[in-house]
Write a protein that binds this ligand. Structure first.
Ligand code: AMP
Length: 215
């Protein structure tokens, strides 16, 4: 499947994407994961992106398009992809449309995962993420804690609160989402690609997507 997952930070895009990869071998492409990996590895991309990310600001479109242009042409995308956290602005969506046309790829659907702001705020404040760039497993101190506090169950690396998951940075990320990313729903609705699924359960969101795709 070739999908875009839209939704605010904390709406469950990453969890849903990971569940969908198991259905048909499509790959999850998370620009946030790619950027965090670059920050940890200390690459030029990471050094450029880090300040924006820690403040909860978006990284410039040109950097993101540079990443995505290469990533979408890698071999593993041939079986399908789930775009998680990209596009995040209208210029990114326009550039993606152009890129997909150039590559001869058409999207199946754009899924907008709609979750109330108070649920999202609480989820992000209590979220923990594995620091290992190869793993980046997600936990929640209330609903899905690690077996040993602060240690990833899967790989044993520290599971930490991200620098952009302080209350202040979260509030700023949600405002940025409303201003810059929420308009993408209209953009894709006009193209007849949008399906909005309201719900806080990732299982139900995945069921809704499967139904839409006739799986
Ligand atoms: P995420 O893990 O998707 O919440 O992304 C974490 C941070 O990475 C965001 O707050 C942005 O600073 C940056 N980021 C991720 N994806 C994008 C994107 N498509 N455009 C701009 N910035 C991005």
């Amino acid at each position: 499947m070739k999908l875009i997952l839209l939704g605010a930070p904390g709406a469950g895009k990453g969890t849903v994407a990971k569940m969908l990869t198991k259905l048909d071998g499509s790959v999850q492409i998370s620009t946030g994961d790619i950027l965090r990996g670059a920050v940890q590895a200390g690459t030029d991309l990471g050094k450029e992106a880090e300040g924006y990310m820690n403040r909860g600001d978006l990284v410039p479109d040109s950097l993101i398009m540079g990443i995505m242009e290469g990533r979408l042409q890698e071999d593993d995308c041939k079986n399908g992809f789930l775009l998680d956290g990209f596009p995040r602005t209208i210029p990114q969506a326009e550039a993606l449309t152009e890129l997909l046309t150039k590559l001869g790829i058409s999207l199946d659907m754009v899924v907008n995962i709609d979750v109330p702001r108070d649920v999202i705020f609480d989820r992000l404040c209590t979220r923990r993420t594995c620091q290992n760039p190869e793993c980046q497993a997600i936990y929640n101190v209330k609903s899905n804690p690690t077996k040993v506090e602060g240690i990833c169950d899967k790989c044993g690396s520290p599971a930490i609160q991200r620098a952009d998951e302080t209350e202040e940075a979260i509030a700023h990320r949600l405002d940025t989402y409303n201003e810059k990313t929420a308009p993408l729903a209209g953009f894709y609705d006009e193209k007849g690609l949008l399906k909005t699924i309201t719900g806080t359960s990732s299982d139900l969101v995945v069921d809704g997507i499967k139904k839409e795709l006739g799986m």
